[in-house]
Design a protein around this ligand. Structure first.
Ligand SMILES: Nc1nc2c(ncn2[C@@H]2O[C@H](COP(=O)(O)OP(=O)(O)OP(=O)(O)O)[C@@H](O)[C@H]2O)c(=O)[nH]1
Ligand SMILES: [Mg+2]
Length: 333
């Protein structure tokens, strides 16, 4: 199950009490104070981790606690510090206050640490209070309580791959077949008006794919859906050029691919430096008449060493090969 929001109470451990004690040994009639300090309570620390894609761990835990510190003991023994509770969250998690949703922390990269609740301080034992005027202090301090905080953990999805294609190419159909996403699908252009995200699983791995509104010639000047979707593409690591290979009415599949590349280039040249591969969709509809045009796109990709996969999103044909390719890119460093 994919979980992108959880409300959690964190309660860190109390500090241990300071100890009141005096040395009592044979031949030492008036031993001084020797009560040790209490140990601090354990902290609760969140750490971001790539490869972790869900907040499911937090979903059914209403309260998460760390351990209390141990009390100080005689013989100047300091109590043991309570064990820290270290919890992993996906990169892209934000911590917000409850209930007013103010941003507290943004895990924007791997291995970031945030102490969400600090353990209570251990109390001083009576040794600490010894002074020239008070040789035998009969005072020790109790450990401080830990912190208690209720927050919202939310996962901002950062899509690994973006589906780039003309309107009607089948982008929404594809994402609906490889993930739980349920975007609107229809036989007319500009069905998708804002990006849909879907999580794709393979074995133990998972990644996020974005279904982006269709791109047309002139998109970089604001035509069609305008520039909004191009902004989304900028955050994707890999671009998937999805091309309807059954459609040669206005442009051939090869020309379609070229127009898409040109649009990205006109928007921002560095978009062309992103890793990408090409997917020919609607192979079930390719007629004898257009086969040659499909060959042209495939041969071009082969020649240029661009990975090319042919699928029918609607019939789920060859989707396992498509997913495999996605994860190949994902696992590349
Ligand atoms: N025969 C066939 N039809 C498909 C295939 N994939 C998608 N379609 C159909 O193509 C039409 C457009 O599909 P969508 O998934 O809405 O296309 P889109 O790329 O998301 O379109 P926009 O959101 O408008 O950019 C729908 O009628 C789909 O049923 C396929 O592999 N084969
Ligand atoms: Mg769509």
């Amino acid at each position: 199950m994919f979980v992108d929001r959880a409300i959690v109470n964190f309660v860190s451990g109390m500090g241990g009490n300071g100890c009141m004690s005096f040395r009592r040994e044979k031949f030492i009639p008036k031993g001084g104070p020797n009560g040790g300090d209490g140990g601090d309570g354990g902290d609760i620390i969140l750490v971001s981790q790539t490869g972790n894609n869900s907040l499911i761990y937090f979903k059914y835990r209403n309260i998460i606690r760390s351990k209390h510190g141990e009390n100080g003991k005689g013989g100047n023994k300091t109590g043991k510090k309570g064990k820290d509770e270290i919890l992993f969250v996906p990169v892209g998690t934000v911590v917000k206050t409850f209930p007013d949703e103010k941003l507290m922390f943004d895990f924007s990269a791997d291995k970031m640490r945030f102490v969400i609740a600090k353990g209570g301080q251990g109390g001083w034992g009576n040794t600490h209070f010894k002074s020239s005027v008070n040789q035998s202090p009969r005072i020790a301090i109790k450990g401080k309580p830990g912190e208690e905080i209720k927050v919202i953990l939310e996962l901002k999805l950062i899509a690994f791959a973006g589906l780039v294609g003309f309107p009607n190419a089948g982008k929404s159909t594809l994402i609906s077949k490889i993930s739980e996403a349920k975007p609107k699908i229809a036989d007319y252009p500009f069905t998708t008006l804002s990006p849909n995200l879907g999580v794709v699983y393979e074995g133990y791995g998972s990644l996020v794919v974005a279904d982006i509104p269709g791109i047309i010639e002139g998109a970089h000047k604001g035509d069609g859906m305008g520039l909004d979707f191009l902004k989304h593409i900028e955050r994707n690591k890999v671009l998937v050029f999805l091309i309807d290979i059954s459609d040669c009415t206005k442009t051939t599949p090869y020309e379609t691919f070229k127009i898409l590349r040109d649009e990205l280039k006109s928007y921002k040249t560095n978009l062309l430096n992103k890793k990408y591969f090409v997917v020919g969709n609607k192979k079930d509809l390719v007629t004898e008449m257009h086969k040659k045009e499909v060959d042209k796109l495939r041969e071009y990709c082969n020649k240029k060493n661009i990975a090319y996969v042919e699928i029918s999103a609607l019939n789920k044909d060859n989707l396992s090969v498509f997913k495999k390719k996605l994860f190949e890119f994902y696992n590349e460093k």
